[in-house]
Design a protein around this ligand. Structure first.
Ligand code: COA
Length: 260
């Protein structure tokens, strides 16, 4: 069952994960969170996977939120556990040792925006709508949205989205720094494929170190962050990829990175 909730396909080092509950606009129930947890863990561990693209099934939604029907009857401790389940998944994605692109093909609301924000890059269709509408249900974001939106877009945007609960357009999300790129819906696949292909051909250890220094640096003081950057920078000199990258530059050819 969990297989069909997340579709998995591979091409040229790019793993594509598709949240697959189109009749419920890909809402995240507990089983879907578990299926995503398993899929991301597997993608993180598979050396053949260089980059992950996450999207939603069907023409309307990336993910329209946590499953409201499933949440409706939860008690306090169950609500807390549901939040922890979601937060664990988001943290797994955020700390994956390879880049994850959210291809936002439609509604990214509540848990859907939280899921997109846990990814490293967000490319949105111009038709997408994004928001944290939990307030309209008497709730607040529970999968890390209040914290990641604050770090991505600041206090004013976070309070606007979370207090008012109204969805925003992809264009406004771009202005706020919530997404990286907005493209016409018909070009979303192509644009995402291009970015994913570039990352798949890039140096895996340097990509990993980049993700690491940004993750760590976002949560510590400047001195600690700089020291960590220096340590990771130094480590790169022990890699074949660094020799290959610098040599290819001087030899005026394209580098062939191996991840060693
Ligand atoms: N949880 C559970 N089911 C959801 C859902 C969610 N977050 N979002 C959509 N669905 C279901 C609907 O209940 C409906 O199921 P049904 O056909 O069995 O009744 C199906 O998905 C299609 O949704 P529908 O509301 O009919 O589509 P729409 O195009 O009219 O509206 C939205 C789209 C996104 C505006 C609307 O579905 C919505 O507001 N969803 C909830 C968004 C939200 O509050 N998310 C945060 C949750 S914490």
């Amino acid at each position: 069952m969990s297989e069909s909730l997340v579709l998995v396909s591979d091409a040229d080092g790019i793993r594509r994960l598709t949240v697959h509950r189109p009749d419920k606009l890909n809402a995240l129930n507990a089983a879907t969170l578990d299926a995503l947890q398993a899929a991301f863990t597997a993608a993180g561990e598979d050396p053949a996977v260089r980059v992950v693209v996450l999207t939603g099934a069907g023409p309307k939604a990336f993910v329209a939120g946590a499953d409201i029907a499933e949440m409706a009857d939860l008690r306090a401790t169950e609500g807390r556990d549901f939040s922890l389940r979601g937060q664990r998944l988001m943290r797994t994605i955020e700390t994956l040792p390879k880049p994850v692109i959210a291809m936002v093909n439609g509604f990214a609301l509540g848990g859907g925006l939280e899921l997109a924000m846990a990814c490293h890059l967000r490319i949105a269709a111009d038709t997408a709508k994004l928001g944290q509408p939990e307030i309209n249900l008497g709730l607040i974001p529970g999968f890390g949205g209040s914290q990641r939106l604050l770090r991505l877009a600041g206090r004013a945007a976070t309070l606007e989205l979370c207090l008012l609960g109204a969805p925003i357009t992809a264009e406004r999300a771009l202005q706020l720094g919530v997404v990286n790129r907005v493209v016409p819906a018909a070009e979303l696949e192509d644009e995402t494929r291009k970015v994913a292909a570039q990352l798949a051909a890039s140096a895996p250890l340097a990509l990993r170190a980049t993700l690491d220094v940004v993750n760590v640096g976002g949560e510590c003081g400047i001195e600690e962050g700089l020291q960590y950057e220096t340590a990771q920078f130094g480590l790169m000199f022990s890699t074949d990829d660094m020799r290959e990258g610098t040599r290819a530059f001087t030899e005026r050819r394209k580098p062939a990175f191996t991840g060693r």
